[in-house]
Design a protein around this ligand. Structure first.
Ligand code: 5GP
Ligand code: MN
Length: 336
């Protein structure tokens, strides 16, 4: 194990560092990783961000993106960097299974592992953790790590601020989910003062859709939406043929589930999509409803109370039926 003093000492001289984050990185995964990257490179650390898979194009403008390595596209180089690393930062995830095959390499590496995360029930693979489930984003914890643990507020430059703002903005649902505390707003104000151009970041992330993506959204709402009033639940289920027809790319499905949740009576929304290798579920809920419990118990996944995900073998129809068969167990909570 490492304590903060020992970690601070380690970071006092240039080190070989790898930063990694979860499968199919989202705005917080990339924002927190590149925020930390832009901080560490200012101190001369040899730092590389390695993602387990590709990620959406609407994140490709983030400062430092050009230096990111995607594991599945550069297996050998990734393995070399992980084996040679002295420190590995694990951001926005807390179990090595979330980084796919990279998990074995990270687990085998002799590097110190530092987990910065806000998900429930962390596994035990780290040497130091900055972990808080009340944080709205891993990017919030990276800010706290730099400013309040390493005492480097002056190193929150424009690039760091831009990345961390993106992580907080996306994971807090644009500052509207319940964990968007006054502390979060104070941090965000600091990030704007440090150079994050808030309106421009919103523009780059949320107004960057292709025509295909919009037509796909229309298709989902017109043809794939099923409302179950008995359970205050809505499902959008999309098959692989339609993904191909609309030329859906990584990131194009992001946020579709929120449209199902936007109906006033709906407490639980599911977006179920048939990918080439497996069926993936995204759940969103309102209030106290534990979406993560369903993902953990039935779909080999997890996440937060109001935003969780998982996956399943089997056909799309089978997974939709399985999801529906679980609802009676939660009827009381859903009808509250
Ligand atoms: P999304 O629905 O956007 O893929 O994920 C929502 C939340 O659930 C995120 O916080 C993400 O980290 C978590 N999540 C999504 N898929 C999985 C999964 O397969 N396993 C676990 N443990 N968490 C997941
Ligand atoms: Mn996150």
């Amino acid at each position: 194990m490492l304590n903060l003093a020992a970690l601070t000492e380690l970071l006092a001289s240039p080190k070989k560092i790898v930063i990694t984050t979860h499968h199919k990185p989202d705005g917080d995964a990339m924002g927190s990783s590149l925020g930390l990257y832009n901080y560490l490179i200012q101190q001369g650390h040899h730092t590389t961000v390695i993602t387990p898979t590709d990620y959406p194009d609407f994140l490709a403008w983030l400062p430092g993106n050009e230096d990111v390595i995607i594991y599945t596209e550069q297996l050998e180089k990734s393995a070399e960097l992980i084996a040679a690393a002295e420190l590995i930062f694990c951001l926005d995830f807390n179990a090595l299974s979330r980084i796919n095959e990279m998990g074995v390499l990270v687990g085998d590496s002799s590097a110190y592992k530092i987990m910065i995360d806000h998900h429930l029930e962390p596994a035990d693979f780290d040497d130091y953790r900055h972990w808080d489930i009340n944080a709205c984003a891993a990017a919030q914890l990276v800010y706290d790590f730099i400013v309040n643990q390493l005492y480097h507020p002056e190193l929150i430059n424009k690039d760091v601020a831009t990345c961390l703002y993106t992580g907080i903005m996306t994971d807090s649902g644009s500052f509207r989910l319940p964990n968007t505390s006054s502390t979060v707003h104070r941090i965000v104000a600091d990030l704007i003062d440090a150079g994050a151009v808030n309106y421009r970041i919103h523009e780059l992330v949320y107004n960057s859709a292709s025509e295909n993506r919009l037509r796909f959204l229309g298709h989902c709402l017109a043809n794939c939406l099923e409302v179950l009033p008995e359970y205050n639940t809505a499902i959008i289920a999309v098959n692989n043929t339609d993904l191909k027809k609309f030329d859906v790319n990584t990131g194009d499905t992001e946020g579709v589930v929120n449209y199902a949740l936007s109906m006033s009576s709906i407490k639980l929304a599911a977006f179920i999509v048939e990918r080439s290798d497996r069926v993936k579920l995204s759940l969103r809920s309102k209030g106290e409803f534990p979406a993560n419990e369903i993902c953990k118990k039935y779909f080999d996944g997890g996440g937060h109370r109001n935003a969780a995900g998982g996956h399943s073998e089997g056909t799309l129809e089978h997974v939709v039926e399985k999801f529906k068969s679980i609802l009676p167990e939660y009827k009381k909570l859903l009808k509250q």
